[in-house]
Write a protein of this length. Structure first.
Length: 319
């Protein structure tokens, strides 16, 4: 089994070598694609040296050699990958030696699997970064392990993630088929943040994703002052839920999935409009989106509790 590892590179001169070497040492990793995203430090030169020194490493850039963001950069890597299976790694993070052991074992036992997700640990480089991270990222364990807290059946994973029942997974711990990534459109390039979270929802809905090693980390996320993840805010979260809603509004959701999506989407808008938009405008926008999803899914009109949900949601929005 051969695996391509996608590493987007932007201003990561301090971390890039360790990141690449952690993937190089894993036998199943056949190629490591470094996509340089217009860095203004020494990242490109370091990446070029790694390409010259290591036969697994391939360095590419965007057509204009500019900065296009993490989503477009990872998508370019997916496009160029030569193998059926793709793993991701951020340039400031690193794999542990056992990163792919359980994934490969699981996939070889069931060839219908489209992806495996595993736990990722956290390393803080300073106390301020730790404080910022813990304030912005809600992880329900003292070890700061990003993981799903319990084994979830593939058919239940989408709803589990939408409702936020018990954790989530992150980029460094995902292994997925290139075919499925292309099928769902890869990462949303309109999102500067949360594009990975949105992709996991699309993959969970469209393919068979199973848990790998969820109790112990297989990779480490390095948290430092320049992490984009600590820049998330109310606006970025609202844009995220807009993108989720727009992607799923044409899909054949179950009743429970539909209701959960509506509730989560409405909560995002409630928070957004508390900071200055009129109540009338928020009602119009929300109602229009509800009309769209009901028009695309006529069967939902027959759900007798939809009017109740609308009433409760509007009441919350107006409170």
């Amino acid at each position: 089994m051969k695996i391509s590892v996608i590493i987007p590179v932007y201003n990561a001169q301090e971390f890039l070598t360790e990141s690449v070497m952690s993937a190089t040492d894993i036998d199943a990793v056949d190629e490591i694609i470094l996509i340089e995203d217009g860095s203004n430090d020494e990242s490109f030169n370091i990446a070029k040296d790694l390409e010259n020194e290591l036969k697994k490493v391939v360095l590419i850039q965007h057509f204009d050699k500019g900065n296009h963001g993490a989503a477009a950069t990872r998508n370019l890597g997916v496009e160029k990958a030569k193998n059926e299976w793709i793993a991701f790694l951020d340039a400031d993070d690193y794999y542990l030696p056992e990163r792919l052991n359980k994934d490969i074992e699981i996939i070889e036992g069931d060839h219908k699997i489209d992806g495996v997700y595993s736990a990722v640990g956290t390393k803080f480089l300073d106390e301020k970064s730790k404080a910022d991270f813990t304030n912005k990222i809600k992880i329900a364990n003292s070890d700061h392990l990003t993981t799903i807290s319990t084994e979830v059946l593939p058919k239940e994973l989408f709803l589990y993630l939408i409702e936020g029942k018990g954790g989530y997974f992150c980029t460094d711990g995902v292994l997925v088929k290139k075919k499925l990534l292309l099928q769902v459109g890869c990462f949303d390039q309109n999102l500067r943040l949360h594009q990975d979270t949105q992709l996991w929802l699309k993959l969970a809905f469209s393919g068979k994703l199973v848990c790998g090693e969820i109790d112990n980390p297989v990779a480490v996320r390095v948290v430092h002052p320049n992490n984009r993840i600590t820049n998330r805010n109310l606006s970025s979260q609202t844009l995220y839920w807009d993108s989720v809603f727009n992607w799923f509004k044409n899909k054949a959701l179950s009743k429970q999935e539909f209701v959960s999506l509506v509730i989560q989407y409405s909560f995002a808008y409630k928070g957004r409009y508390k900071i200055g938009y009129s109540k009338l405008k928020k009602l119009i926008i929300f109602k229009m989106n509800m009309i769209i999803i009901l028009f695309k899914n006529p069967s939902m009109f027959r759900i007798i509790f939809v009017p109740v949900i609308f009433f409760k949601t509007f009441k919350r929005l107006l409170s």
